[in-house]
Each structure stands twice: as structure tokens, then as C-alpha cells.
Design a protein around this ligand. Structure first.
Ligand code: SF4
Ligand code: SF4
Length: 148
């Protein structure tokens, strides 16, 4: 898939990518996060006024959410909630679905993983694959935009 196709897939309402499940709001997925950012996530966060270096780790091939004190920079330790919940990245919405051995499966580390229906996994399956493809070019996109 080229950049335009991927951009079109992910530029709509981000709520589409939220996994229907019985999330326990435990915050476990925000601790030590390795969540990759897509260009559309970065655009959204920059529009909100956040600086790239505040929320992104740009020291590897993938651009990931920055951790502070071993949790995502946007995680509120006191309330154990996301400070940007309405604007959170696509990967956080697709979680706990992830790619494993080229299959899309819920992360067993998520305590609510078993509450996701097979139908929901099938609905989001193509977007998890597309997410992985798009995340591979975030760094290049940042370079082309002159942001790094
Ligand atoms: S680890 Fe699972 S149950 Fe806990 S907040 Fe994240 S998605 Fe919800
Ligand atoms: S952006 Fe929000 S939901 Fe995503 S890892 Fe950070 S605190 Fe958690």
C-alpha cells in the first residue's frame, strides 16, 4: 500500500478503530508503552499544540509514544487515565489487537482480551495489518515534512 492509500484509510473518524470490548480501565497498556505512532496521530497531536519531542521517541526506526517514569507521557498516574483520551493514537484504539506470527490476536497481557468477539477481530483485522505498514513509514514522513 502506498502512503496515500494508508493516509485515506486512517484519516477518518478514529473512533472506528476502537476495539469493542469490556476494557477494565486498568491502565496496564499505558505502562512502559511501546506504542507506535502513525503520521495521522502526529498531525492530530501537533494540532492540539503538543511538541513532537514532548510525546514522541524519535531515536529508532519506529516513532513511538514517549515514556516518562516508565509510563506513557499522557498517562495520569493518579487517576490511571489517559490525558488525551479523545485524541489518543490509533494504535491505542486498536489495542489489545496486535500482530503475532502474521496473525491478528488480542494481547494476552490485557486482562480483558477474552472479551473481544471473533467478529470484532475480523472487523479490525485488515486495519491492524494496515497500521503495521503505515507505522513503518512514519519516520520517513517526518523527514519529508522537515520535522526531524
Ligand atoms: S490493558 Fe486492556 S483492560 Fe487494561 S486498560 Fe488496556 S485495554 Fe483496557
Ligand atoms: S496515549 Fe493514552 S491510551 Fe495511549 S498509551 Fe498513552 S496514556 Fe495510554
Amino acid at each position: 500500500m502506498n502512503l496515500d492509500t494508508l493516509w485515506n484509510i486512517f484519516s477518518g473518524d478514529p473512533r472506528f478503530f476502537e476495539v469493542k470490548m469490556e476494557c477494565r480501565r486498568c491502565g496496564r497498556c499505558c505502562i512502559g508503552t511501546e506504542m507506535e505512532l502513525l503520521p495521522v496521530d502526529i498531525e492530530r497531536l501537533l494540532r492540539l499544540g503538543y511538541r513532537l519531542t514532548h510525546f514522541a521517541r524519535i531515536d529508532s526506526d519506529f516513532i513511538k509514544l514517549r515514556c516518562v517514569d516508565n509510563h506513557c507521557v499522557f498517562f495520569d498516574e493518579k487517576t490511571r487515565t489517559c490525558k488525551i483520551y479523545e485524541h489518543r493514537p490509533i494504535g491505542c484504539r486498536l489495542y489489545p489487537l496486535q500482530l503475532s506470527d502474521n496473525d491478528v490476536v488480542p494481547d494476552p497481557e490485557c486482562p480483558a482480551a477474552a472479551t473481544i468477539s471473533k467478529r470484532e477481530i475480523e472487523r479490525l483485522r485488515p486495519y491492524v495489518y494496515a497500521f503495521v505498514e503505515f507505522a513503518k513509514i512514519t519516520r520517513l514522513w517526518l523527514k519529508l515534512r522537515g520535522l526531524i
